[in-house]
Design a protein around this ligand. Structure first.
Ligand SMILES: C[S@@+](CC[C@H](N)C(=O)[O-])C[C@H]1O[C@@H](n2cnc3c(N)ncnc32)[C@H](O)[C@@H]1O
Length: 290
């Protein structure tokens, strides 16, 4: 197993990625070390808070699409994070009161917060586990009790795979979840990218990565092609692998024009997306298992 081990209990002196993300989102579940690290990232990457909000907005749009349009009733949310507004179960249950959701996170504090929030235990479960060990997640009694793997399941890997080191074989991890699910299951991914960012702002990018190296979860930026490869065995639904804000935006607008269509051209690069300037450096996509 590569870098990174689960945070043990609450160490308020070490910045924690779940709590930094909570800070970006304007939450209260963070400590001085988290705020200090997050502010350092914001100083070099002023779009970090907007990026976190845009990521949550993608999560909501993806769950709504999956529940309302793709007919998905079961969700496995890997690297679920601290509960905030519009959590997966809230969105899914608002579409279908029979929906089932399993939240997985390796951070005991995140799991405690999630358990406290869940008032519908027959619909929602929380599993404390390392998502890099799919067999542990998939065999967990809570997962087994709530999800029926003979029927389609949506595997949510939203803003999480950039915390998985290449030596841990992210593609292999995604494939293990894929192989455990039935045809018609879905995969939703958002992932930070270095496309353009590393070229346009190399020093700032290096400094932000350095700050994350002090947490349990260093950041690994990946290219459009690398993120697209994570969808092996899935057919990307329209509009393919897009800029985060360009994936089925609620409001039709300029973001539509930034969509990078990769269904046909897996070699496309971010340069092909018009109007990159200042854009949130992340891609998002949803695939349907063939
Ligand atoms: C940036 S948050 C993303 C939260 C949520 N998915 C979202 O997009 O809003 C990343 C979460 O992944 C968790 N995490 C990081 N590495 C993990 C691992 N190997 N196994 C399980 N959870 C992990 C962290 O504890 C954190 O809560």
């Amino acid at each position: 197993m590569g870098e990174g081990s689960p945070p043990s209990g609450v160490d308020v002196t070490v910045p924690n990625v779940a709590r930094m993300y909570d800070y970006y989102l304007g939450g209260k579940d963070n400590y001085a070390a988290d705020r200090e690290a997050a502010e350092k990232v914001i100083a070099v990457m002023p779009g970090s808070q907007a990026g976190a909000r845009a990521n949550r907005a993608f999560l909501v749009r993806a769950v709504r699409y999956l529940a309302a349009e793709a007919g998905i009733t079961q969700f496995l949310d890997l690297g679920a994070g601290l509960p905030t507004q519009n959590n997966v179960h809230e969105v899914a249950l608002s579409v279908n009161p029979d929906a089932r959701v399993v939240y997985v996170d390796w951070d005991p504090v995140v799991c405690a917060h999630s358990r406290a929030l869940v008032r519908t235990p027959h619909n929602v479960g929380v599993v404390e586990a390392d998502l890099r060990r799919p067999e542990t997640v998939l065999r967990h009694e809570t997962t087994r009790a709530l999800l029926d793997f003979s029927r389609p399941v949506a595997v949510m890997m939203v803003s999480i795979l950039h915390f998985v080191d290449g030596s841990d074989d992210p593609q292999g991890i995604v494939a293990q979840y894929r192989d455990a699910t039935a045809a018609g299951s879905h995969l939703a991914v958002s992932h930070l990218t270095g496309d353009l960012l590393e070229k346009a702002r190399p020093e700032e990018t290096a400094r932000a990565k350095e700050i994350y190296r002090r947490t349990a979860t260093p950041v690994h930026l990946r290219t459009h092609r690398e993120i697209h490869e994570l969808f092996k065995g899935y057919e990307l639904v329209d509009p393919g692998l897009a800029w985060l804000t360009g994936w089925r935006p609620d409001e039709p607008g300029p973001d539509r024009s930034t969509v990078v269509r990769l269904k046909e051209r897996s070699g496309a690069t971010a340069e092909e997306a018009p109007g990159y300037g200042g854009r949130i450096p992340a891609y998002a996509g949803v695939g349907r298992k063939l």
